[in-house]
Design a protein around this ligand. Structure first.
Ligand code: BMP
Length: 259
């Protein structure tokens, strides 16, 4: 019912999940449901961008594997910025393998994601074992607190149809201590315990010529029922990322509150 979506009613439900408690705290404190995807390839550039827009986001999403000079000093500075500006560090790793491999991918290699990211994306295609393995790592008390299950993708012709989304939801319902929410286009469920994060948002363009499908902030939040907008190039490649981030954050937050 509508009541469950009222923030006062929903707050205690979300706070049962450590990651969602953190995200919700930043959202309400900073009045923003904007997550910026900083898809740059150089650590100085990434840190500069975060420094400038950090005040307007509840989360910063990174693809660590595209950073040419990723190292421990980057992790240290990123962590410092996250504490100063109060945002969640989101590694968009899109894990999609067998359990043992996923545990290794989260803890080893040059990225050792669980040591610095608070949340990671997980594909549902391997089935329930992937979530057990993510849970095994969350239990180790590293930075990693939760995961987002990919219920659907924004790219043209994505294979994540309604049936796939439904099965992803079932997986998440059986693993609420691992799954904090979803990456989705349309919200796959009316369960207010999850947070619904959506990429594919751009106020000016509808496609990038490489299969990405963008829609407006209003469609993402009101029509499609999402909580948090994930915005990349509309902000990072604009003339004035700070102004655009501020504008996207305030518009998205108003729409979210009035939904
Ligand atoms: P942009 O707004 O520049 O298209 O960036 C969107 C970001 O969200 C990218 O980092 C992309 O990898 C990610 N993403 C997406 O675009 N669609 C999805 O379905 C899932 C994603 O993680």
């Amino acid at each position: 019912t509508n009541d469950l979506w009222n923030l006062e009613t929903r707050k205690p439900l979300l706070e049962c999940n450590p990651l969602n408690a953190m995200v919700l705290k930043y959202m309400t404190l900073k009045k923003t449901n904007l997550c910026v995807a900083v898809d740059e390839t150089n650590k100085e550039k990434i840190l500069q961008t975060i420094q400038s827009i950090g005040g307007y986001v509840c989360a910063i999403k990174l693809h660590a594997d595209i950073i040419d000079d990723f190292d421990q000093s980057f992790i240290d500075e990123l962590t410092t910025l996250s504490k100063h500006h109060q945002f969640v560090i989101f590694a968009d790793r899109k894990l999609a393998d067998t359990g043992n491999t996923v545990e290794l991918q989260l803890t080893h290699g040059s990225l050792h994601i669980a040591d610095w990211a608070n949340v990671v994306t997980v594909h549902s295609v391997p089935g329930p074992p992937i979530l057990q393995s993510v849970l095994n790592i969350i239990k180790q008390n590293k930075a990693l607190k939760g995961s987002l299950l990919i219920a659907s993708l924004s790219s043209k012709g994505a294979l994540t149809d309604a049936e796939y989304s439904k099965k992803s939801l079932e997986m998440a319902n059986d693993a609420k201590n691992v799954v904090s929410g979803f990456i989705c286009q349309k919200r796959p469920s009316d369960n207010p315990e999850f947070l619904y994060w959506t990429p594919g948002v751009n106020e000016l363009k509808s496609t990038d010529g490489l299969g990405q499908q963008w829609r407006s902030i209003e469609d993402a939040i009101k029509r499609d029922g999402n909580d948090i907008i994930i915005v990349g190039r509309a902000i990072t490649q604009s003339q004035n990322p700070v102004e655009v981030a501020r504008d996207y954050a305030s518009r998205a937050f108003e729409l979210w509150k009035s939904r």
